[in-house]
Design a protein around this ligand. Structure first.
Ligand code: HEC
Length: 720
């Protein structure tokens, strides 16, 4: 028996004992549904539950249940569905404990369901204001909750961290973890470490300073905070990060530039992992803010620590242990927030097991690090790339000569800001010793800003957001752009640093991966398919249509001897809003749902209600070409990130080319000035745009609509 197995069996025994002794002395309801530290520690040995975002502390998303096999997967059917009542992005991994599923939809709404039947037990709506939607880079998404000690922990979009009674959904405590006057948001699932709730935040595209904090799970009191980038005055914050800032970090930044006024970025918005063996917390740190390093930090040529790094912090005090920077002086939005997975690989002395950290961040390289020290062991690119030619012996990227030459014509870089891998969770099978990466390629044109930035603009990345976007273009242009975007499921051997197998997909932005001990990996797809592959060779074993984009991480659990597998659907999120160049027809219905399967399930997924959109412009063309050109620039700075490049929507948010509101200047103005639709996240732009600028956008949008009609593309792929 391996040491790891012995340790986990021991931990299981402890978990049982703790539960028994509590049961004997305390009958309170919270104890009966409480999750203990021991239970979290032993999660992998109790696969009938799914206790944490990544399945267990190693976040491998690998289940040891054996109910779903290659022999019976063909009989997999729907056990139940639950409507999350949202048409916006859904990214949640369901958590399952004691027969109850805790799952989030859009707008940070939590649903507690009977995990066997899907029946609703309670829902909790933190009532995020529609006005806050504009603070998000990437839709009003949420990736899920944490559970512990009878409570459900929720990171709310507007920066709150809340503890709910797991039985009732009542709020036990609520803390504001950010300065809500700044564009901070939270979309990540909190993590539980030794009685504390660990939470980061998002906002790097809009201008914030990143940090991660630990709150007492019982009381909600803050215990420690670690900033990922320096204090703007390079002064102490009274935080756990102070010593390392003074010793190492401050000198990697100049004293002037966008970072001083706008925060510098480095938000930890997704992956935070507890490494029990080394008693440390691993934090994936995000991109620089503004993205463009010349704007962010014009004075120094420094690495800008800890942007795009994996950080190891002491699990008790939050103080610095080590870091590994994947993209020094990031300037392409190459976050290192992607799934961090821990594993024990035979890479120690004489082939002994060594605890390693694995990550496939946005920059396209797969890294294996020694978890104890952060030392680079190996790395290689898992997608084609042009920004770097490889890694040096320390794992530092060897940048292509022109990768930072953004001062001339727009230059295409891949991977682009949506990453070679984004938030869609990676999985790892210790049996196959393979990591399964939802990989993609979405190139981006980078060009420095041509004009002084508008200080009131929400987005603040230091690049020209209309780079490479003409106002007029021939038929086929959108197809060309869309065709460059690609997706693969890559089974990566972390020891050999090469792909063992790869499945090419219809496009990018596919779902998180679940690995089963029975030799199966499962992945949802943006087109609405949910597919099972042979973990060893990628052969497709099964596939079904879940009738909505399926992007989130899946989970699996067992009740009454039956194994269930569950996914949340509804695609939304960054790609749908900001980079899809429309959609190949038909657009997948935007239905937020929990879809749960079991072998022999006989339920059906209801068809979505189709909303007919008439792809015709609602007013004549108007405006000079100068006005349309100004409209393109104003649109790109203010609207593109939600309504899509070329004014082409992917179907999640309204396609402005066909909007009723374009028919009439007053209606248009009512929405843009008075915020008539702000409840749903369409805020007022009166601080950002003059009436002339608003009208220029209407002219641009109309020009795009009429061109699509004359190009014969209005009702086609891009028209939806
Ligand atoms: C943060 C995301 C976001 C940004 C940025 C944004 N919008 Fe919107 N917009 C929305 C959402 C969400 C809706 C749908 C609102 C609803 O359903 O009530 C919408 C709806 C609209 C509508 C109504 C369309 C219809 O036919 O129903 C118009 C017009 C509009 N937006 C124009 C703009 C313009 C112009 C800009 C840039 C100045 C802009 N939007 C920027 C999110 C955004």
């Amino acid at each position: 028996m391996s040491n790891a197995l012995k340790a986990s069996l021991l931990a299981t025994a402890c978990a049982v004992l703790v539960a028994c002794s509590n049961g004997a002395t305390d009958n309170s309801t919270s104890e009966t549904i409480g999750v203990t530290d021991a239970a979290l520690s032993a999660a992998v040995s109790n696969p009938e539950t799914w206790l944490t975002y990544g399945g267990d502390y190693k976040e491998q998303r690998h289940s040891r249940l054996s109910g779903i096999t290659k022999d019976n997967i063909a009989d997999m059917g729907v056990a139940w569905t639950y409507d999350l009542s949202t048409g916006r992005g859904v990214e949640s991994t369901p958590i399952i404990h004691d027969g109850i599923m805790y799952v989030t939809g859009a707008w940070s709404i939590v649903h507690a369901l009977d995990a066997k039947t899907g029946e609703e037990i309670w829902t909790y709506d933190p009532e995020v204001s529609g006005e806050d939607a504009v603070k998000g880079c990437c839709d009003v998404v949420n990736r899920g909750v944490a559970i512990y000690d009878g409570k459900v922990y929720l990171g709310v979009f507007d920066g709150r961290l809340e503890a709910l009674d797991a039985k009732t959904g009542d709020v036990v405590w609520s803390k504001v973890t950010v300065d809500q006057s700044l564009p901070y948001t939270i979309t990540m699932a909190p993590r539980i470490v030794k009685g504390k709730v660990i939470i980061g935040n998002s906002g790097g595209e809009l201008g914030v300073r990143g940090y991660v904090s630990a709150y007492d799970a019982k009381t909600g009191d803050m215990d420690w905070r670690f900033y990922t980038v320096p204090n703007p005055k390079k002064e102490a914050d009274g935080a756990a990060s102070d010593p390392i800032m003074a010793e190492l970090v401050n000198d990697t930044w100049g004293d002037t530039g966008g970072w001083v006024t706008d925060g510098g970025g480095g938000t930890a918005w997704d992956s935070i992992v507890f490494d029990e063996e080394n008693d440390q917390i691993l934090v994936g740190v995000g991109n620089g803010s503004p993205w463009n390093a010349k704007v962010r930090d014009p004075q120094s040529k420094g690495d800008n620590l800890f942007l795009s790094s994996i950080l190891a912090l002491d699990a008790d005090t939050g103080t610095y242990k080590w870091h590994f920077q994947t993209t020094p002086r990031d300037q392409w939005d190459f976050t290192a927030t992607q799934s961090i997975i821990l594993a024990d690989l035979p890479l120690g002395e004489n082939g002994a097991d060594l605890r390693v950290v694995m990550q496939a961040p946005k920059n396209g390289f797969f890294y294996v690090l020694d978890a104890a020290t952060g030392e680079y062991i190996s790395g290689n690119n898992f997608v084609p790339m042009n920004w770097a030619t490889g890694l040096d012996e320390n794992g530092r990227p060897i940048e292509a000569a022109n990768a930072r030459q953004t001062d001339g014509e727009p230059i295409p870089i891949f991977p682009g800001p949506l990453g070679a891998h984004n938030w869609h969770p990676m999985a790892y099978s210790p049996k196959e010793q393979l990591a399964y990466i939802p990989a993609q390629m979405i190139p981006q044109l980078y060009q420095d800003m041509q004009e002084e930035p508008d200080p009131d603009a929400y987005w603040n990345i230091g690049y020209n957001l209309s780079a490479g976007l003409p106002t007029e273009y021939p038929a086929g242009t959108l197809d060309f752009f869309r065709g460059m975007n690609q997706g693969w499921l890559v089974a990566w051997d972390p020891i050999k640093q090469e792909a063992r197998w790869t499945v090419k997909q219809d496009g990018p932005w596919n779902g998180g991966v679940l690995s089963l001990d029975t030799g199966i990996v499962l992945q949802g797809q943006r087109e609405g398919a949910l597919a099972a592959y042979d973990a060893a060779n990628g052969d497709k074993l099964w596939s079904t249509n879940v009738k909505a984009g399926a992007l989130s991480g899946m989970s699996t659990y067992e009740i009454d001897g039956e194994q269930y597998m569950t996914i949340t659907t509804g695609w939304g999120s960054a790609y749908a809003l900001s980079a899809s160049y429309g959609y190949t027809s038909p657009v997948p219905p935007q239905v937020g749902r929990v879809v749960t399967f079991k072998v022999g399930g006989t339920d059906t997924i209801p068809d979505a209600m189709e909303v007919a959109i008439e792809p015709t412009p609602k007013s004549d063309n108007f405006g000079t070409s100068a006005q349309v050109k100004a409209g393109l620039e104003n649109y790109s700075t203010n609207c593109l990130v939600c309504h899509g490049p070329f004014a082409v929507s992917a179907g999640v948010l309204p396609d402005l080319r066909w909007s009723y509101a374009t028919a009439d200047k007053n209606e248009w103005t009512d929405i843009l000035v008075n915020g008539a639709l702000s409840e749903n996240g369409m805020v007022s732009f009166k601080e950002q745009l003059s009436p002339d600028a608003m009208e220029s956008i209407r002219a641009y949008v109309m020009a795009q609509g009429h061109m699509a009609v004359s190009n014969g593309e209005a009702g086609g792929p891009a028209g939806n």
